[in-house]
Design a protein around this ligand. Sequence first.
Ligand code: ISL
Length: 558
Amino acid sequence: MTLDKKWWKEAVVYQIYPRSFKDSDADGVGDLKGIISKLDYIKSLGIDVVWLNPIFASPNDDNGYDISDYQDIMREFGTMDDFDALLKGMHERGIKVVLDLVVNHSSDEHEWFKQSRSSRTNKYRDYYHWWPSEKGKPAKRYSFFDVNNDAWKYDSLTKSYYLHYFSVKQPDLNWENKALREEIYKMMRYWFDKGIDGFRMDVIPFISKDTTYPELPAQYEGDFVAYYANGPFLHEYLKEMNEQVLSKYDVMSVAEGAGVSTASAMDFVDADRKELNMLYHFDGVSLGYLPGEFKTPDPNGYNLLAFKEIYSRWDSIFAEKGWGTIYLGNHDQPRMVTRWGNDSPDFRELSSKMLTTFLMTMRATPYYYFGDELGMSNIKFDNIEDYRDIESINMYKQTQEKKGDLKKFIENQKISARDNGRTPFQWDNSANAGFTTGNPWLKINPNYLNVNVAAEEKDPNSVLNYFKKIVKFRKNEPALIYGKYTLLDKSNPDVYAYIREFEGKKMLVLLNFKAKAASATIADIDLSKAKLVMNNYIEEGKSLLDLRPYEAKIYELK
Ligand code: ISL
């Protein structure tokens, strides 16, 4: 195997949810000037790339994932001048900027949709998916963000239904129309010509649709997401996008791989196919929820054996070709430490560091979610009124309509709701955690008094300082980036152990995922000269293979 080195394989990506990072104008909403004021903090992390969630003009039905103008900035976030200053400030500090490309759908307030909806003969009609009502009701399509899960919305003006896989304010764009595709490529070139360094592509596997809109094939019953991700011309369009746009710039591309399995992942990221660079899967983050239920955590927690199997399998498919990604948190997920670690006072810091060790030692580009470097945890709202997320609000309504158990719904949301990961960033212990002098758009986690940047910068053993240390460590250690991954002690239910190996150098990673002491069993490997190079405990433990609760250790093996 020849090593195909690329900057985006060696990068650590830091994801910023702009709405919640830093507010500069006291409207309670984070903004671009806020990010600019914190560039030195971002630089201090040692990361290479910043991915910003959508910053484009939007009525914010789904916090910017409903775009009304792809070449304008959201009013609450600032102006194009602010964006240019932000890009310049990042580049001056050697940080690359990746934006969110949301082109499966637009906002219903986009000019294209306004035109499209106005008459059946409008020039933009075919920019979206319409079904004339004289043909009867179209075949069932499921919507993620509709109280009735119905992805078809009847529009009386032209007596037709339009398709929306997400909310009614997010009509799906019609990629089968070449004119639409050309507009999208032109818009992408606009941003690349400005100098951005890549796109994270929102639900990109969903873009191609069978426009005869047949009944959902039986094989996809119960898994409509996989159907959405298998449109007839998907890969033709990605190739076309690569040829017309991506190949012309030194940029990175990463697909949000909703509905993509290990069997089809290579179709997106095999370099020979000339489509995209990376993809992130959902197998990991779906673990530990009850199947067939809406984000309902298994009362027994998640199974570490299954966790290890998922990440090992995803590593193996990219062993020779392609490249993976790794993440445990993002804006669609609860906080990493609550979901995958332990947010109790005894273990919040240790388990945050342990999970960070996992993310920074796998063979894949880490996508690290802002706030996880502080060990921020779920806010766990008791009342639906505190939620801002369309998903939580809709699902609550749905539960209400179905006469379901609302108390249970709220309890489940404390673990799984997206707003847990969207609460404002915690800068210091002043009012509103230093995020805003106004009224924050979403409540701030009361633990900001202890969990904040100012306190953690001062503490050499903080989660923040551990993060900085391990990012630097990874970046200087090719074995952790390109090294072969070998799972050890596979059947150990508590410990995740593996070796990363590159050009004769071996790094052994030992992670205790449990709140109790645990031991690893490792045979046939000479550990006599092992040197401890990273540990989330201050004092070195008694023996190499015995791990304290949530202990994370990295050894260099000679
Ligand atoms: O978060 C989810 C459900 O809880 C996912 O199903 C999510 O909707 C799906 O992965 C698509 O996510 C992306 O597109 C959505 C947007 O709401 C998400 O924030 C975005 O990451 C629609 O644009």
